[in-house]
Design a protein around this ligand. Structure first.
Ligand SMILES: Cc1cc2nc3c(=O)[nH]c(=O)nc-3n(C[C@H](O)[C@H](O)[C@H](O)COP(=O)(O)OP(=O)(O)OC[C@H]3O[C@@H](n4cnc5c(N)ncnc54)[C@H](O)[C@@H]3O)c2cc1C
Length: 460
C-alpha cells in the first residue's frame, strides 16, 4: 500500500482534511491537478462556526488578525441586513478573508505536519476492492474526493449527484473602481440585482443577477464593458471600473451527493454539495465536513475504531449539506425576484426581519452554522449529546474529558484511551470536532465516566 489515505484535490477542504489526518499520524498524500494555486479568490466569508473550529486547532489567528469583521451580512440581497452581533459565539461577526490566503495557510500547515502535496497530477481513475483503493497508479487504504463540484472521484464511485441544473447565471467582476459605492452596497430592482463588496488591494467584487445577460447559457465570460453597462442599468451609475482581476459567470446548479461514502471512497466539500454562493456558505460547509471526517477516518485507518464510525460522517453531515442547498435556493429566489410581485415580497420580508429580531437571529445562527448539531438516535442520551461546544483546546485533535471535579478513575481510563482531561463546567466528553460526545448529570460522575469512555469504541 503506497499510502493510508489519498486526498484528491488541494482546495481548502482537501488541505484541512490532510492536516486533520496528519495530526493523528495517518500517512496522507494530496493529489492536485493544478500546477499552482489559482490567482482568484472565490470565497470571502468565513462564518462563526468555522472560526470557532479553526480556533480549537490554533489555526484562526491569521484570519482574525488580517480579516475584516462585519457585524451584519446580507440575506438574498434584502434591504434589511442580518445582525450577527447577537449570536452566542466568541466570534459574533462575519469575517472576510480571501479563500486563496486560507488555502495558502492550510497548505503550509499540512506540509509542516508531514502531508505530501503533489501538484500537476490529474486523477482520472479510481477503483476499490475489499483491501483498498487504486487512484491512477497509486494504492491506498482509503480515498477522499475533495476535488470540487465536478468530482472525478464521485463519478468513478458512481455516487449520484441530484438536484437542479442552473436556471440562471450570475455575473462577477473583481475590479478596481475609482468611484465605488459605500460599503455594504446591494440593490435589487426591476433591472436586476447587484452587490458590491470591498476586497483587499483596492479591489471591489461586483456580482449579481442581470436578466438581460442570460444568453449562451450564461457560460461566456463577461467583458469589462458589459460589467460597466450592468452597473449603469442596475445601480443607476458607473463606478469607474478598470483593471479587472477576474471576470466570470456562474450558475445556480444545486446538487447534493446521494451518499458521502461508498465503501472506501468518501466525499467532502464541493465534491459532495454544490450550490449558488448566496450567504457565503460553501467553503464553510466543506471545512466543517473535513473536521467531522478527519478524526473518524484516522481512527478507522489506525484500527482504533470500527469501520461503521465512518457511516456517521454521512448521517451527520449530509443533512446539513441538504439544508444549506435549500437555504441558498431560497436566497436565489429572492435575488432574482425582479418582477413587481417579487419586489413586493422582498420588501415585506425585509420589513419582517427588521421588525422581529428573532427572525434576524435565526437567520444569523443558520448562516454562521452555530445551530449545527448532531442529535443522537438514542432518545435516552443526555440532552447535551451532539450539541456544539463553542470553545475548547482541541489543538491535537484528541477528545477532551471535561469535569468540574477531579475524576481519578476516569482520568486513568482516559489516559489509556488517549483522551485528554481538563476542567470544565459539566462532566462531558468533547469530540475532536467540538461537539459533545457524552455528558452526565450524575452526582458522582467518576464511575459513569469510566463506563462511557470504555463504551465509546474509539481510542486515540
Ligand atoms: C464567486 C464565488 C464566491 C464564493 N464565496 C463564498 C463565500 O464567501 N463563503 C463560502 O463559504 N463559500 C464561498 N464560495 C464557495 C467556495 O469557494 C467553495 O465551496 C470552496 O472552494 C470549496 O472548496 P473545495 O476544497 O471543496 O473545492 P475546490 O475549491 O473546488 O477545490 C477542489 C480542488 O480539486 C482539484 N481537482 C479537481 N479535479 C481534480 C482531479 N481530477 N484530480 C486532481 N485534482 C483535482 C481542483 O483543481 C481544486 O484545486 C464561493 C464560490 C464562488 C464561485
Amino acid at each position: 500500500m503506497d499510502h493510508d489515505v489519498i486526498v484528491v484535490g488541494a482546495g481548502p477542504v482537501g488541505l484541512l482534511l490532510a492536516c486533520e489526518l496528519r495530526l493523528a499520524g495517518v500517512g496522507v498524500a494530496v493529489l492536485e491537478q493544478r500546477a499552482e494555486r489559482g490567482p482568484h479568490t472565490k470565497a470571502m466569508a468565513v462564518h462563526a462556526r468555522t472560526v470557532e473550529q479553526l480556533a480549537m486547532r490554533g489555526l484562526a489567528e491569521p484570519l482574525l488578525t488580517a480579516g475584516v469583521r462585519l457585524p451584519s451580512w446580507q440575506f438574498g440581497f434584502l434591504g434589511t441586513r442580518i445582525d450577527f452581533t447577537a449570536i452566542d459565539s466568541p466570534y459574533p461577526f462575519v469575517l472576510t478573508f480571501p479563500q486563496n490566503r486560507t488555502e495558502a495557510l492550510l497548505e503550509e500547515k499540512a506540509i509542516e505536519l508531514g502531508a505530501t502535496v503533489t501538484r500537476g497530477v490529474e486523477v482520472t481513475a479510481v477503483s476499490q476492492d475489499d483491501a483498498g483503493v487504486r487512484v491512477n497508479d497509486l494504492t491506498a487504504a482509503w480515498v477522499v474526493g475533495a476535488d470540487g463540484a465536478n468530482s472525478a472521484v464521485r463519478k468513478a464511485a458512481d455516487i449520484g449527484f441530484h438536484g437542479i441544473e442552473a436556471r440562471f447565471y450570475s455575473y462577477l467582476g473583481d475590479v478596481q473602481a475609482d468611484d465605488p459605492p459605500p460599503p455594504g452596497f446591494d440593490v435589487v430592482n426591476e433591472h436586476g440585482a447587484m452587490m458590491v463588496a470591498p476586497m483587499p488591494g483596492g479591489v471591489y467584487r461586483i456580482a449579481g443577477y442581470d436578466p438581460d445577460h442570460q444568453e449562451h447559457d450564461g457560460r461566456r465570460e463577461i467583458t469589462l464593458d458589459e460589467l460597466n453597462d450592468i452597473c449603469r442599468r442596475i445601480a443607476g451609475r458607473e463606478f469607474g471600473i478598470h483593471d479587472p482581476k477576474w471576470l466570470s459567470r456562474f450558475g445556480n446548479t444545486t446538487k447534493v451527493a446521494e451518499r458521502y461514502r461508498a465503501g472506501r471512497v468518501l466525499l467532502a466539500g464541493d465534491a459532495a454539495h454544490m450550490h449558488f454562493p448566496a450567504g457565503g456558505n460553501g467553503l464553510n460547509l466543506g471545512l466543517q465536513d473535513a473536521l467531522n471526517l478527519g478524526w473518524k477516518l484516522a481512527a478507522v485507518v489506525q484500527g482504533r475504531a470500527p469501520d461503521e464510525l465512518l457511516d456517521s460522517y454521512d448521517t451527520e453531515r449530509r443533512p446539513w449539506g441538504d439544508d444549506v442547498a435549500r437555504h441558498t435556493m431560497a436566497q436565489t429566489a429572492l435575488i432574482t425576484a425582479t418582477t413587481p410581485e417579487g419586489l413586493a415580497l422582498r420588501e415585506l420580508l425585509g420589513d419582517l426581519i427588521g421588525e422581529f429580531p428573532d427572525v434576524s437571529l435565526r437567520l444569523a445562527r443558520r448562516l454562521s452554522a452555530i445551530d449545527v448539531a448532531y442529535p443522537p438516535a438514542d432518545p435516552a442520551a443526555h440532552p447535551l449529546t451532539g450539541t456544539r461546544v463553542p470553545e475548547a483546546d482541541l489543538h491535537d485533535a484528541k477528545p477532551l474529558l471535561l469535569s468540574p471535579r477531579p475524576l481519578p478513575h476516569a482520568s486513568i481510563t482516559a489516559t489509556r484511551l488517549g483522551v485528554r482531561v481538563a476542567t470544565g463546567p459539566t462532566t462531558m466528553i468533547v469530540r475532536p470536532d467540538g461537539y459533545v460526545w457524552w455528558a452526565t448529570d450524575d452526582d458522582d460522575p467518576d464511575g459513569v465516566a469510566v463506563t462511557a469512555l470504555d463504551g465509546l469504541g474509539v481510542s486515540f
